[in-house]
Design a binder for this molecule. Structure first.
Ligand code: IPE
Ligand code: IPE
Ligand code: MG
Length: 248
């Protein structure tokens, strides 16, 4: 069915005010290497870009922003890079807590947090509770996230519920499975953006992005600004989402 609600815009024609945009933030390492700097400098700049984009979300019509920060495959990187990234995530939570509370940002984490350092797990738990009442912008950070891992964990939990008698196998539907995913409280993404010129999905939101639009931009994540997003949303607004149906 052609989504007519996509026609009622605010900032530019064709936009909505409740979009869910998911971003594969790629290119931090190359951005730093191009300048002869350590990769972590690129990651720090990348975190700064997230902060700016979150602030711009209400003006862009984005209600849900989901960012891919660390994949289940990123543990393959050097210990220095992994630990550096983890400390950037912890610092982001600590430094942004007040601003998020002030500006109505609800922060959630998706992914398997049980493999994270216990201090980081506690910080995640704390900020999720602190911002749980906010509703202006929903920022979700995918951390130790992999789409296959998420579906595997959901399947395991369903099997456990089936074994204990709280779930009937015949009642399993796609809606039931979706409630076992980390994204159970989020709408499906309308748009998935990947930066840095790579044109692959890298295990991101495999279930949820079934009907998302994709935009691939050559911009490296540390160069990505709200204006880059605005241009991408103009492209998105020209697309006709048919969800398997035919044009109206
Ligand atoms: C994305 O940037 C951030 C993470 C995957 C953590 P990269 O670190 O992958 O940057 P490139 O792809 O090496 O340039
Ligand atoms: C995807 O980027 C993961 C994140 C952005 C966190 P990668 O740089 O890890 O992906 P590949 O290895 O190029 O597929
Ligand atoms: Mg990369």
């Amino acid at each position: 069915m052609f989504d007519k609600s996509a026609q009622s815009g605010r900032d530019f024609p064709g936009s909505r005010n409740d979009l869910h945009v998911a971003v594969i933030m790629d290119g931090n390492g190359r951005w730093a290497s191009n300048r002869g700097w350590p990769r972590l400098v690129g990651h720090r700049k990348g975190a700064e870009r997230v902060r700016k984009l979150v602030a711009a979300c209400p003006g862009l019509g984005i209600r849900y922003l989901t960012v891919y920060a660390f994949s289940t495959e990123n543990w393959k990187r050097s210990t220095e890079e992994v630990l550096g990234l983890m400390s950037i995530f912890a610092r982001y939570i600590q430094r942004e807590a007040d601003r998020m509370k002030r500006e109505g940002v609800r922060l959630r984490f998706i992914g398997d947090r049980t493999r994270l350092d216990s201090k980081l797990q506690a910080l995640i738990q704390w900020i999720e509770t602190e911002t749980a009442g906010n509703d202006r912008v929903h920022l979700s950070v995918a951390l130790n996230y992999g789409g296959r891992d998420e579906i595997t964990r959901a399947t395991r939990a369903m099997a456990q519920d089936a074994a204990s008698g709280t779930l009937n196998a015949d009642d399993i539907s796609d809606a039931v499975l979706a409630r076992y995913l980390d994204t159970r409280d989020l709408p499906d993404p309308d748009l998935v953006v990947r930066t840095s010129g790579e044109t692959r999905v890298s295990n991101f939101l495999l279930w949820q992005a079934a009907y998302a639009e994709y935009v691939f931009t050559p911009t490296l994540w540390p160069d990505f600004t709200p204006v880059t997003m605005q241009d991408i949303l103009k492209d998105y607004a020209t697309r006709e989402r048919r969800f398997g149906g035919v044009s109206a």
